[in-house]
Design a protein around this ligand. Structure first.
Ligand code: ADP
Ligand code: MG
Length: 465
């Protein structure tokens, strides 16, 4: 089953049943996957589940079949509205009620509701965030390997696993991937994934309703506890205290803990030393900022999914390279840019070329513009290759100066908004076709020559800094 199965089914459904009905009935559903001929869906209320099953069940089933995944039945569960879902059901709660939503069968009465007492404290897991669609590169290699390891069965090797790094670098994605993976390979394991804020919220609720016993029992009954964005716990003394106890209890029982944060343990504000040292006691892994290669890989992988959503859209050569070069802030922005490009192209029925990309993404490109000047580029490139600036601008054609010159032109094209003729002029009055040739040459070399690729990335970083 491909990851975009559900988005594709949705696209078609939206057309068939209209936007209104779609927003009302289909949008609120969560697709949980297909297995053994059964497609599993979760609805926010039994009523919605029944309605969809009755009115659209057959159509959904057919669309899923059409996209190559044979299913004979749809199975609806009820989504826990408050927290949607923990990947596994805690020991002290009953299983969520299932009501058969067979496409061909009459739906059962709406009164079969999920028991009210099963307040699962987890957050919903995003079906897009799995290991399958996580692109691995140098900057996240270690984090990925560690995440893989903790999702394997067997004794706990490092506890906790502490992942930290800047916004949008894939920490949450990795956490969800761990949860999905464990859920799939060890269905009996109780995995609890939640944000630090939800942990706090639960804690405060427990205090207010005098149910600390229930709170403790619940949190201490899990096999894997994952707390996302733990930096938010800083400064909240009583929550911290409780977190610390929960943490210790679980570690003592050999349960796995995974934590993420936007900074390393010792830099979290307002957190006690004993907690810092606890957080550091396992494996602390830094998720590094993306590099050009990784961004390009991510773009290519996400573009495949987009291309399936918007079939027939053509993308000019060099567009992804350009975006990977220009948008270095974070992956979320990169993803947003791609989604917008494809949506725009499909709306206006155009191919994605450079002009269109620049126009459509002007705000994003402007925001990540680094105000690098051609002079700076020439200076840095000359330094890096140990050639004279005058030679870069002059007529010499020896490889030892022509290659650096081409790199400098390439960087000028990619890091500034200067036009090709303007760049040509600044490089000793050269023609714009020379600049085009240089840009193409470097683009090509970068894919086959690791040295050039490293040089370009290094220079780009230095110029950006
Ligand atoms: P963080 O939690 O570190 O702020 P997220 O996990 O929310 O970041 O990632 C932001 C977006 O970027 C998500 O949509 C995620 O799927 C995507 N993303 C980040 N890194 C990768 C990667 N290596 N491969 C594929 N997608 C990624
Ligand atoms: Mg996150």
């Amino acid at each position: 089953m491909s990851a975009d199965l559900w988005p594709r089914v949705c696209e078609e459904l939206r057309i068939v049943i209209g936007q209104d009905a779609f927003s009302h009935w289909i949008d609120p559903l969560q697709f949980r996957g297909c297995e053994d001929g059964v497609a599993r869906l979760a609805a926010p209320t039994p009523f919605i589940g029944n309605w969809v099953s009755q009115h659209y069940g057959e159509r959904i089933q057919k669309l899923i079949c059409k996209s190559g995944t044979p299913v004979v039945r749809l199975d609806f569960t009820v989504l826990d509205q408050r927290m949607a879902r923990a990947p596994a059901v805690p020991a002290n709660s009953e299983k969520p009620a299932r009501y058969a939503g067979a496409a061909a069968q009459a739906p059962v009465a709406t009164s079969i509701v999920r028991p009210a007492d099963t307040e699962l404290p987890g957050s919903p897991l995003d079906p897009k965030y799995k290991f399958d669609n996580f692109v691995v590169g140098k900057p996240n290699e270690l984090a990925h390997a560690a995440a893989r390891r903790v999702s394997e069965p067997g004794p706990v090797t490092f506890n906790p696993l502490f992942l930290y790094g800047g916004v949008g670098l894939g920490k949450t994605h990795l956490m969800h991937a761990i949860a999905w993976q464990i859920q799939e390979t060890q269905p009996e394991a109780r995995v609890l994934y939640l944000s630090a804020e939800q942990f706090m919220y639960r804690f405060v609720q427990a205090l207010r309703f005098k149910d600390m016993h229930g709170f403790k029992q619940l949190f201490r009954s899990v096999d894997v506890l994952m707390v996302d964005d733990v930096q938010f716990i800083g400064g909240k003394d009583s929550t911290q205290e409780e977190f610390f106890h929960t943490f210790n209890a679980l570690v003592d029982q050999g349960r796995q803990i995974v934590i993420t944060s936007d900074r390393p343990p010792n830099e979290i504000q307002g957190i006690e030393d004993r907690i810092i040292s606890r957080l550091q006691s396992g494996l602390v892994v830094d998720v590094h900022p993306t590099d050009y290669e990784l961004r390009l890989g991510i773009l290519q992988s996400k573009a495949e999914a987009q291309a399936r959503l918007h079939p027939g859209i053509e993308v000019d050569h060099g567009i992804f390279e350009y975006l990977a070069m220009r948008i270095s802030s974070n992956v979320r922005v990169l993803e947003g840019a791609l989604t917008r490009l494809f949506a725009f192209a499909s709306l206006v029925g155009r191919r994605i070329d450079m002009e269109m990309a620049q126009e459509c993404l002007s705000d994003i490109l402007r925001a990540s513009e680094r105000k690098v000047t051609i002079d700076e580029i020439i200076r840095k490139v000359a330094e890096h290759y140990n050639v004279r600036m005058a030679d870069l601008l002059g007529p010499r054609r020896a490889r030892s100066v022509s290659r650096p010159r081409q790199v400098a032109m390439f960087l000028s094209k990619n890091l500034t908004t200067k036009s090709l003729p303007e760049i040509g002029r600044r490089f000793g009055g050269r023609d714009h076709t020379t600049v085009i040739h240089a840009v193409k040459k470097v683009e090509e070399l970068r894919t086959i020559d690791a040295q050039i690729s490293d040089d370009v990335e290094l220079l780009r970083r230095m110029l950006e800094a």
